[in-house]
Design a protein around this ligand. Sequence first.
Ligand SMILES: Cc1ncc(COP(=O)(O)O)c(C=O)c1O
Length: 378
Amino acid sequence: MNNIKDTFLLDPNITFLNHGSFGSCPRPVFQEYQKWQQKLEHQPVQFMTDKVYSALKESRIALSEFMGCNEDELVFFPNPTTATTNIIFNLDLKPGDEILMTNHEYGALVRAWTAWGKRTGIKIVQQNIPAPLDTEERFIEEFWKGVNVRTKVIFISHITSPTALIFPIEQILARAREKGLITIVDGAHVPGQVDLDIHALGCDYYIGAIHKWLCGPKGSSFLFVKKEHQKWMKPVVYSWGKNGEDPGPSEFLQDFQWQGTRDMSAFLSIPTAIEFYHQEISSLQSKCREMNLHAFSEFQSILGTKPISSGGNWLGQMVSHPLPDHASPDLKEKLWTRHKIEIPVFEWNGLQLIRLSVQIYNQQNDIDSLMSALPSLI
Ligand SMILES: Cc1ncc(COP(=O)(O)O)c(C=O)c1O
């Protein structure tokens, strides 16, 4: 795993343990991104009015094959937040209806749902899933306690951001289907971290980031919308769509793909990101997971606190662990200024958590540096 770090654009003099927030882009993918930007500038009108559409389609085909869905069920967004906002604004619900989510969801999106709930009278319910998370059955049971006759939508992370847990969502989605609930899965951390088959999952909407674990350029994300919902999905940003000049058989794609002038190069680099994944990332992932599991145990002995899950299948390439009550409020700052270690420390549910990410450019000595720095800083 030694030289792979050189393939990334990361500063070689830092210990970067926060791929989960903003991952670094590998050189071949970044070069492809710049190649598209140059193509655009070479003949902007031809590119924007013609060439971009077939290139977008090729990108959608590559991504749909990677994630188990159809090309015309996908639209690109610069990030999961805008993709989710486009779903929120399309939901046709009444005051008093409920959206059920867990207390592990990504804060900015909880904020987006809450702001919309305040305006519409729709209730946002965050079901508490008590830690430590151990069995799948208990997880489902605890989550399902939040379902009642007013529940209309389930919004759930596939891999959580604050707690870095892989949620076993399959049965929740199956039960929701039986009850006719709309299901929206936040899979920002999934593509490139765990295998994904969207059709097999059977959700209504799936949101994913390409610029996290699949190492695409920043600004590459997608929204999957099941065919039956496409007819009533309209973009928050209206531009030329069905009535414009852009070609294409699907009103849904026409409405979403042109959102005014913008640089789509990040979207067009997705096939290269997928190629890089197959060539470089996939074979090193089991090693990353092993390192992560080892860190899960080390955190417990070094920090002396109980984990928030039983480990094992709950973890992929990230782990969040509680800091002791007496931990320094400046821990993140000290790790960076004294040791050049980049790692997030934040509050969640009354706990101070530290979240480790292990990407293929990390080596065991990166984690060792963290573990040896922690005791004197907390
Ligand atoms: C689980 C999850 N969902 C959504 C997002 C939102 O991503 P962005 O801020 O790029 O829109 C993030 C960002 O880290 C995330 O971790």
